[in-house]
Ligand binder design. Sequence first.
Ligand code: SF4
Ligand code: SF4
Length: 170
Amino acid sequence: MLGSLKGMFLTLTSAFRRPVTDQYPNKPRQLEDRFMGFPALTWDHNVGEPFCTSCMVCIRQCPTQCMSATMIDNPLQKEGKSHRRKIVDTFEINLNRCILCGICVEVCNFDAIVMSHEHEMSVYQRNDDRVDLIELLEMGKRYQEDTGWIPPSQRKKAEKEETAVEKASA
Ligand code: SF4
Ligand code: SF4
């Protein structure tokens, strides 16, 4: 009896609650900054080139081997505008094989790759989700703009300096 009353009470309280259903895809939900969509490449606005040097570390570590890349000598380095001796020339990710594990982001030492907010990328053909360097950089730029992205190495450096100043003034 008590159990039935509890059940009825719960049903009644739920009946007057505001619905929590999202009207997707007509009204896409606001994504949190930490949301992990497909990987994308970042753009160094200070120099005007990708962060990626095509060092191949992420490509070797990717568990599904869905990435490939090539590098060239960096023309901007020869002009004295960039510290990167090598720069990415081509980059491709087969997003159909990507499992969104984030390992590529973890292992990159150059702040060159992020888990972007892109996720609505379904296609009808098995191999139609291969994205090239241009598209990966566009995805990355959108992510950088949307989240106010700061390269992790710069952020860590700033945090260390802040801690050092706090310790010195304590
Ligand atoms: S994204 Fe990072 S780890 Fe991957 S090739 Fe570029 S620089 Fe190397
Ligand atoms: S998120 Fe994982 S599976 Fe996808 S490209 Fe990066 S390492 Fe590969």
